[in-house]
Design a protein around this ligand. Sequence first.
Ligand code: ZN
Length: 436
Amino acid sequence: MSSLLIKNCDWIITQNAGREVLTNASVLVRDGEIREIGKAESASADVEIDGRGKIALPGLINTHTHLSMTLFRGFADDMWLQEWLQKKIWPLEAKLTGEACYYGALLGSAEMILSGTTTFVDMYFHMEDVAQAVAEAGLRGFLSYGIIDLFDKAKARKEQEHARKFYDYVNNLHNPRIRFVLGPHAPYTCSPETLLWAKEFGEKNKVLVHTHIAETRREQADSQKQHGMRVVEYLDKIGALSENILAAHCVWLTKSEVGLLAKAGARVSHCPVSNMKLASGGEAPLPEMFDAGIPVGLGTDGAASNNSLDMFETMKVCALFHKALRWDPTVLDAQRVLDLATIDGARALGAREEIGSIEVGKRGDIILVNAKSPSMMPIHGKSTVVSHLVYSSPSGDVDTTIVDGKVLMQNRQVKSFDMERVLARTQEVATQLVSG
Ligand SMILES: [Zn+2]
């Protein structure tokens, strides 16, 4: 039984239904759960943190990444997606080991902890090793093994079996912070049989089906050529859409495809930085998705196509991207963007009852941002605090990161694992991969 009291925060951005902002208030977390918010003058706890000069907000939620791809950061930039995958990424991925993915995941965890992300959705390989890294780091991970069958029946059986084994592995961990997600990579790398199997498995076991949809214009053109219809129309026709789908990207969608996703109850992970860097072109139609009621969260995508896992940066880019493309500064305001990175991300993961806001009964996933940093000044009431968080505050202003009431970073020092050792070993492992 452990408890944590964050005392006298200058500001608490609750992100509750009323988007309430509290001043000079405290948060008490007991056994990983938020128990009290308010004055908490008489409360005491095993661990106390001085919240003066700090802004408390819910830990950020990254709804799409490939954590161990931190190993390939900066290795191949400025290329077209297909060429990038085929010439650079896939040959390296063929050489990946469990140890490499473990260190890549710890490196990514360090980066997320330092930039205020507490929950993330992953898709990659050697996921048992990734799960070990996430357990050590103390983050909340929704983990999927990336299924790629390339339309080969034998490979499809093997991949499905692999995913099923990882499902058992995660269940046997009995770690409430680590959750299994199914990960059929994309409609262009998975056969319809595998996509339908994923849909059934997701429905039967109540798990998310994490995939990539309509990332590029070429994907839509190929779909027209192969199936005579657009990607989401194809998924609808074969019966693969469901409310468990968490679709990364969705850049190239028509209004009617947005309608099909909404009708199915699917969720979307919007990754503006990756889309811009890979020149995916166009823009995920967020306003149309909002109008259709699709739950949308923000994601970074992997560090090989971003190249960071920084959700503060992603928030700012997201706001600017849509304003620039729509010629409309009102299209996404700061509050809406902060929602995408917190409570809406939780909704996209079906975890709205647990995370995404600072409310009694939710998990103690909280970050503290330095309110005395030059980029946070001056403050004129709550709307400027939200504005600064989205438009001016770098992630380096995050001072403390807490998950389930456990302090993973304080004063910018990662506490849950030995970062120096991880950085050194990750460099060795990455050098071996790239040069070996
Ligand atoms: Zn991705």
